[in-house]
Design a protein around this ligand. Structure first.
Ligand code: SAH
Length: 450
């Protein structure tokens, strides 16, 4: 099949990329999955706790979504705004930080979808929550390796990042010192720069601020960081879970159930819901709707990778600090907060205007993308014993079902035309041409590497 052949060719050509020593030297440590309970008492973070208790005293208990939003993204004291949390010395580690191979395979996926869309002249690569910028950097390395495939297409990078501190780290990774902050705070592009290869890079606070145009959007471990509402089934019906001050210990927070239905509990819990506890990420739903609208209007695709479920799990809200599980209500602002992504909700929010693929687990996706062949090439070209060991260990972390292989999933939004059955060439006899199938989407379909 034509596109099938092209994707596997892309993958083979990308495989000539050398191992980047810094990348293989395992950006690795533990992921958010392999964590033990906290061992020591941490120091409280008075400013965030004080901010939250004053808020609760003034307006009453707050929703878990509001708690999560304040703790993670408050512009002054928020966890993402103040910290560099990724990596061995941080609180958790993600797949792009574990191995360069991950980002390279995503780079090939982007190129294959750009080709599947008919190679538009303009390609906006958009990343939501780029962390340290490692994924975008690995993707761009593939783009420069396969520059001849991109031809005259104009490529630009658009990063949606709430944290000015992380945007500086991303700028360093992607542009060296070739970036500047905006002069005033009200500019939509709050930082702009250029990669060594001359590609423009712009930073935004919101997806809405990214210009319209054919875009491929990446969101890796982004949706799990967005605020969730939590609801509990009670004998009186669904009640929203709120965060309140513990009356016994005024320096501590506790969960309470709202005494009466709230707007959120009446609108966000589905009729006929059978679980007794539900988490709904309304903010994630809005972002999916924005992505779906963009894809319908301007073409393109979105690739979302995260841990999650298909509408089956209940209480997944948890904290991470120093690679260990952390009580979500204790010393707020000092630890990451996260909840599993409900892919069935994202699919519902995407609506009928786009095609949804997945979720498929990370092991399947990476194997479909050719991770095994990539590993073989890297190992064949690598004589250093410790680098070989690192390569094998990072491959294991990414694909082992007991590690990240089955916990993480890939989900995609595509323009509906992408999955249309191609028209049969006119004038050819029926019996020689079996019914054409839709062109396969890399990662979600097994490709043959002949
Ligand atoms: N994608 C990266 C980082 C994941 S951590 C990786 O996989 O390594 C989550 C990222 O999303 C961080 O960069 C954080 O600052 C950003 N983020 C969290 N909430 C956000 C929001 N509401 N808007 C934009 N960025 C956000």
């Amino acid at each position: 099949m034509r596109v099938c052949f092209k994707v596997s060719t892309l993958i083979r050509r990308a495989f000539t990329l050398p191992v980047s020593p810094s990348a293989v030297g395992c950006r690795a440590a533990q992921s958010r999955l392999f964590c033990s309970a906290p061992s020591s008492e941490e120091k409280p973070r008075p400013s965030m706790l004080r901010h939250l208790t004053s808020k609760i005293k003034a307006t009453g208990p707050i929703t878990v979504a509001e708690y999560m939003r304040e703790v993670l993204t408050n512009p002054v004291t928020g966890y993402y705004v103040r910290n560099n949390m990724l990596g061995p010395d941080g609180d958790f580690i993600t797949s792009p930080e574990i191995s360069q191979i991950f980002g390279e395979l995503i780079g090939v996926w982007i190129l294959s979808e750009w080709m599947g869309a008919g190679q538009p002249k303009q390609l906006q690569l958009v990343e939501l929550g780029p962390g340290k910028g490692s994924l975008a950097s690995d993707v761009l390395r593939v783009f420069s390796q396969l520059r001849s495939v991109l031809g005259e297409a104009s490529v630009s990078l658009h990063l949606v990042e709430v944290s000015p501190a992380l945007s500086r780290i991303q700028a360093q990774t992607l542009t060296g010192n070739q970036s500047q902050e905006a002069d005033t705070e009200d500019e939509l592009v709050y930082r702009r720069g250029e990669t060594a290869a001359g590609l423009p890079v712009n930073w935004y606070r919101r997806l809405d601020d990214v210009p319209a145009g054919f875009s491929i959007v990446l969101a890796h471990e982004f949706f799990d960081a967005l605020p969730v509402h939590k609801f509990q089934r009670t004998p009186k019906g669904w009640r929203e879970v709120l965060v309140d001050i513990d009356p016994e210990k005024p320096e501590q927070l506790r969960f309470v159930a709202a005494p009466a239905p709230t707007l959120a509990s009446s609108t966000l819990v589905q009729a006929g819901e059978r679980r007794s506890h539900v988490e709904v990420c309304a903010e994630g739903g809005v972002i999916i709707q924005q992505l779906a609208r963009r894809i319908t209007e301007d073409g393109g695709a979105a690739l979302i990778a995260d841990y999650g479920h298909d509408g089956t799990k209940t209480d997944t809200f948890r904290g991470f600090k120093g690679h260990q599980l952390h009580d979500v209500l204790s010393s707020p602002g000092s630890a990451d907060l996260t909840a599993d992504v409900d892919f069935s909700y994202l699919r519902r929010m995407a609506g009928g205007g786009v095609a949804c693929l997945g979720p498929v687990n990370q092991r399947t996706f990476l194997r479909n993308m050719g991770i095994d062949s990539r590993m073989q090439v890297l190992l064949r070209n690598c004589s250093d014993a410790s680098t070989r060991k690192q390569l094998i260990s990072s491959y294991d972390v990414l694909t082992n079902p007991a590690k990240m292989g089955e916990r993480f999933h890939f989900f995609s939004l595509l323009h509906p035309s992408r999955l249309e059955i191609p028209k049969r060439p006119e004038g050819l006899k029926l019996e020689k041409n079996p019914t054409p199938a839709p062109l396969p989407v890399a990662g979600f379909t097994e490709l043959k590497f002949s």
